[in-house]
Ligand binder design. Structure first.
Ligand code: ATP
Ligand code: MG
Length: 452
């Protein structure tokens, strides 16, 4: 039996400290079991019926308290993965670093995580020992020591992500004043900030992501070591860092996220090639990136498709252009210079965030098309407009113009072209032919003729 220690009222709500936690009972918060998906409720029910503790936890509790729609529902329990699995028909144990159980339902997948401990020894003496591994920088590489619910709460990243909801009695179990931080809109890391960031530098990004996404303020002690520890991001594996960047850039709050990352010196460790070219806040490059995130955020909010290829194409474009112009000034053709620069910049970037080939290929096509779209005379216009990457490349042209680059009306021309009848399109393309001829005549004799 849990011992009731105290009763008190906050903002008219009754909250009880029970042992190691604050319990917010039914009626004293805005959640109700109906807000939890049927499948997640089912998982909790089955675990509890089998004598285990089970709660809905993490992002879904946070989002529901804020009146937002949760992305998914996670369940935490004191049952070990091998005990969870046999209770559900379509379930499997996955992961090495964190072993969890995936329970598949027809509509959704529920992740069931066993309570874990942040302690190196003690909690799980039988299997302890080598179950938790740490590198010299303090980073955790293996973390399978099981623990109690309060151990589990203290190894979570933020106080607002460490609340446990029991749909059976409609109570919230709060181990770190997460509810208070929700109310005061505060991002606070659990435990000692520097230690927690070193354990897993991705937490630096999570702090920023949730601050931007929720419009919360980063608490002072959490914020303090962030700049100094930014370089620890280099310890994160490139595939994981790539995944995190997608969450950062495609959250619907990409612009706010970008500026926070920039401000905390984190962005330099994500796309280092961009930093030096962004020094001038109002300059073309800053405008380009800012406009790209503004557009992306709008697209996400209106549920339009966005691709990581486009975002990465924008973020790397200033450095690709910069390097390409160096190669060009060494006497290389624009196409060759661009190609060489693109290859080199991508190789460097992929070593930091492992952008898969299915995105790097379209990135290169978008860049190539920036050289090709101005050359639209005769048959070229039609061929270009049928290129599988035309749409993205055209959007990229519009973006460059929005950012303030003067492309001699290129965007408008392509807009008009796409809207024109077939007859008019031919006319437009042949007018380009004539314009091209006129332009060529004015060029000095030794200029290389355009292949048109
Ligand atoms: P989202 O809406 O992005 O899914 P989330 O809070 O659910 O937000 P997840 O990445 O799904 O985020 O993680 C689920 C929970 O696991 C988090 O709420 C947090 O409690 C915990 N968690 C996730 N990543 C970390 C981490 N790097 N360190 C500590 N705890 C973490
Ligand atoms: Mg989640």
């Amino acid at each position: 039996m849990l011992k009731r220690i105290s009763n008190f009222f906050t903002k008219g709500q009754r909250r009880e400290t029970v042992g190691d936690r604050l319990v917010i009972p039914t009626g004293q918060h805005s959640l109700s079991p109906r807000m939890i998906s049927r499948d997640a409720r089912k998982v909790v029910e089955v675990l509890q019926e089998n004598g285990y503790e089970a709660y809905v936890v993490g992002g879904s509790v946070r989002d529901l308290l804020l009146g937002l729609k949760p992305k998914d529902f996670d369940v935490a329990t004191n049952a070990k993965p091998a005990e969870v699995k046999p209770l559900f028909r379509r379930s499997r144990i996955i992961g090495r670093r964190f072993q969890i159980v995936h329970v598949q339902f027809s509509r959704e997948l529920i992740e069931v995580t066993t309570f874990r401990s942040n302690e190196t020894k003690g909690q799980d003496k039988k299997n302890g020992g080598n179950r938790r591994q740490q590198t010299d920088s303090g980073m955790l590489t293996r973390d399978n020591v099981f623990g109690s619910i309060s151990d589990d709460a203290s190894r979570r990243d933020l106080t607002i992500n460490a609340m446990y909801y029991n749909p059976t009695d409609n109570s919230i179990h709060d181990f770190a004043n997460g509810m208070e931080d929700i109310e005061s809109r505060t991002i606070r890391i659990m435990g000692d900030p520097a230690t927690r960031f070193r354990e897993d530098p991705v937490r630096l990004l999570r702090v920023v992501r949730f601050a931007a996404k929720l419009g919360f303020t980063i608490e002072r002690n959490t914020e303090k070591p962030m700049r100094k520890l930014a370089a620890d991001l280099s310890h994160v594996s490139p595939p994981r860092l790539f995944d995190e960047t997608l969450k950062l850039f495609m959250s619907g709050q990409g612009l706010a996220t970008f500026w926070l990352l920039y401000e905390y010196g984190l962005f330099d460790h994500i796309v280092p090639a961009l930093g030096p070219l962004m020094k001038d806040r109002g300059g073309l490059n800053s405008q380009l990136v800012e406009q790209a995130f503004t557009n992306t955020d709008l697209r996400i909010r209106s549920e339009k498709r966005v691709t990581p290829a486009f975002i990465y194409a924008v973020l790397l474009w200033p450095s690709v252009q910069h390097l390409a112009s160096q190669y060009q000034s060494q006497g290389n053709s624009p196409a060759y210079a661009l190609n060489k620069a693109a290859g080199e910049i991508i190789t460097k970037q992929v070593a930091i965030t492992a952008i898969p080939r299915r995105f790097t290929m379209p990135m290169r096509e978008i860049w190539d098309l920036q050289l090709l779209l101005p050359r639209r005379a005769g048959q070229r216009a039609k061929r270009l407009s049928e290129h599988p990457r035309f749409r993205a490349a055209y959007d990229f042209v519009l973006l460059r113009e929005q950012a303030g680059e003067d492309l001699d009306g290129l965007g408008d021309w392509w807009t008009a072209y796409q809207e024109a009848s077939e007859e008019k399109q031919l006319e437009m393309a042949s007018a380009q032919n004539d314009a091209g001829k006129k332009r060529r005549r004015r060029k000095p004799r030794n200029a290389k003729p355009k292949a048109e």
